[in-house]
Ligand binder design. Structure first.
Ligand SMILES: Cc1cc2nc3c(=O)[nH]c(=O)nc-3n(C[C@H](O)[C@H](O)[C@H](O)COP(=O)(O)OP(=O)(O)OC[C@H]3O[C@@H](n4cnc5c(N)ncnc54)[C@H](O)[C@@H]3O)c2cc1C
Length: 466
């Protein structure tokens, strides 16, 4: 018999985009809601993200005459996911993505920049970015809305376990209260009853080295992560403990734009992601040759660098660097990106065999000029030549960035067991879930997916009879 210390209709665990979207929808549907967050600050990976959101058919695409559709988006998602994607989930994500991004703007007041980005693996430019180029905009808008709605977010309160009644229905959670990360001597433990449902939105496990090594031993301490410190697996583990199905846990994404000269994600990675990969080339410094399509999805690019066995060099010219001038300036000042007035001085500094390197760049420029086919499969129609000095270069080595695997859910965002039966009263959304992206996800698809499934989870959780 569980002794309850408190009760509410819906308990949400995690205060990132998925958890907050769920909480907003559950409260809007009339349920009382409490959000528990283990860290001192809200927002998890959402807060430190770039705020990029894929939205097929968005306003900027229409203004720029870019043809896009949920179907094209869906096909891109399946291709990047190696067709391991759970089709029903991927379909909902593709169809509801644009609407969710609009919801963030229209209902919560998040503003987007006047820029469209195309990341590797997307057929067209379809990514919108929040005004401050950061997920902070989303966290701020969502947490303020929750405050207005009277929903409390309790920080420093990690969930310790999901509680079930004698029939396997989830009926609440255990939480540590006023816990500090550096002080494992926590001050209290409470059992919180969820009269209707629990929504698990604890994010991914990119920073949980023992757990990720359990799934993929090569991702050891030598491979850094871009994630916030709290991106660990205990929320996922709590669901597995009560019978949730594990899905695709060993498919762990390493971001190919990891900058060797900084900790975490950082500006170097942002510059590589937004300017260098879209406009430049990636070269193995030992051979002076390209190793992959710079527009391939993240998995393909990271695999190519890991295969080279050492950091590779991203190279671009002045025109391409113009896509992210602010990051560039700071990256040069802090020694993450190097500037050269000629390709010869670049190859000398990075110890790249000069003649082969020059042939690589010349051949690349010629392919673009003549409309030839790239042997690596890059579609060169919108690619830029590397010809206008100054030239810029940086070392790139992948960092663990995203965990596409997690608990299995169905299209109602109900957590399912290994027989695909819903675990009563347990919902999940965001990076803690697996299946939507299959083997890998495309850039700017995580936040959109958190909004889509967070909203579904919150709405459905509120409908459970109390
Ligand atoms: C540097 C960086 C840049 C990124 N940029 C983009 C981008 O531009 N576009 C994009 O689509 N994606 C991006 N991503 C990925 C994206 O940010 C995440 O996948 C997404 O924010 C996950 O949201 P979430 O709500 O599932 O989890 P999170 O935002 O991580 O929130 C989960 C929360 O749950 C809390 N939590 C965990 N366990 C417990 C527990 N036991 N009890 C209580 N609370 C718990 C965590 O502390 C955290 O606050 C980026 C990721 C990183 C790291």
């Amino acid at each position: 018999m569980i002794t309850w210390d408190e009760q509410t209709d819906v308990v949400v665990i995690g205060s990132g985009a998925a958890g907050c979207s769920a909480a907003i929808e559950a409260r809007s549907a009339g349920a009382s809601v409490i959000v528990f967050e283990k860290m001192k600050i809200t927002g998890g990976n959402t807060r430190i993200s770039d705020g990029g959101l894929a939205a097929p058919g968005n306003r900027l695409q229409q203004e720029q005459g870019i043809n896009d559709s949920p179907e094209l988006f869906y096909q891109d998602i399946l291709k990047a996911g190696l067709n391991l994607n759970h089709r029903g989930l991927a379909r909902i994500f593709a169809e509801q993505g644009a609407g969710a991004v609009e919801w963030l703007e229209a209902e919560l007041g998040v503003q987007y920049m006047d820029r469209l980005d195309r990341f590797g693996g997307h057929s067209v430019a379809r990514c919108l970015t929040t005004r401050s180029h950061s997920g902070k905009d989303i966290v701020k808008a969502q947490t303020s809305r929750l405050k207005q709605m009277g929903v409390e977010i309790r920080t420093q309160c990690p969930m310790t376990g999901l509680l079930t009644d004698g029939r396997g229905n989830v009926c609440g959670v255990g939480v540590k209260t006023r816990y500090t990360h550096n002080d494992p001597g926590f001050k209290g433990q409470k059992n919180i009853r969820a009269r209707r449902a629990v929504v698990l939105a604890t994010g991914g496990f990119g920073n949980d080295i023992p757990f990720r090594m359990l799934q993929n031993p090569s991702l050891d301490t030598t491979v850094f992560s871009t994630n916030h410190r709290g991106a660990t697996a205990e929320g996922l583990g709590a669901a597995l403990k009560i019978g949730a199905a594990p899905v695709h846990l060993s498919w762990i994404q390493a971001g190919p734009w990891g900058c060797v000269d900084e900790v975490g994600y950082g500006l170097g990675a942002r510059f590589a992601s937004y300017a260098l990969y879209p406009n430049g080339i990636l070269v193995d410094p030992l051979t002076g040759r390209r190793i992959v399509s710079e527009w391939a999805d993240r998995r393909q690019r990271s695999t190519a660098i890991f295969k080279a066995g050492h950091p590779c060099v991203g190279i671009m010219d002045a025109q391409g660097a113009g896509d992210d001038p602010q990051s560039l300036e700071k990256c040069i000042k802090t020694g993450k990106v190097y500037e050269f007035d000629s390709l010869a001085s670049l190859s000398k500094t990075f110890k790249i065999p000069h003649d082969t390197f020059i042939s690589t760049v010349t051949a690349y420029n010629k392919m673009i000029q003549k409309g030839q086919t790239d042997p690596f499969g890059k579609s060169l129609g919108a690619a830029q030549r590397i010809s206008n000095p100054p030239f810029f270069a940086m070392y790139l080595w992948p960092k663990v960035h995203y965990t596409p695997g997690g608990v299995g859910i169905n299209t109602n965002a109900q957590v399912i067991d290994v027989c695909s039966r819903p675990i009563p009263n347990l919902y999940a959304a965001g990076e803690v879930c697996g299946g939507i992206h299959g083997a890998d996800r495309l850039g700017s698809c995580a936040l959109t997916e958190c909004l889509v499934f967070g909203r579904i989870a919150g709405r459905n959780a509120a409908q459970i009879p109390g």
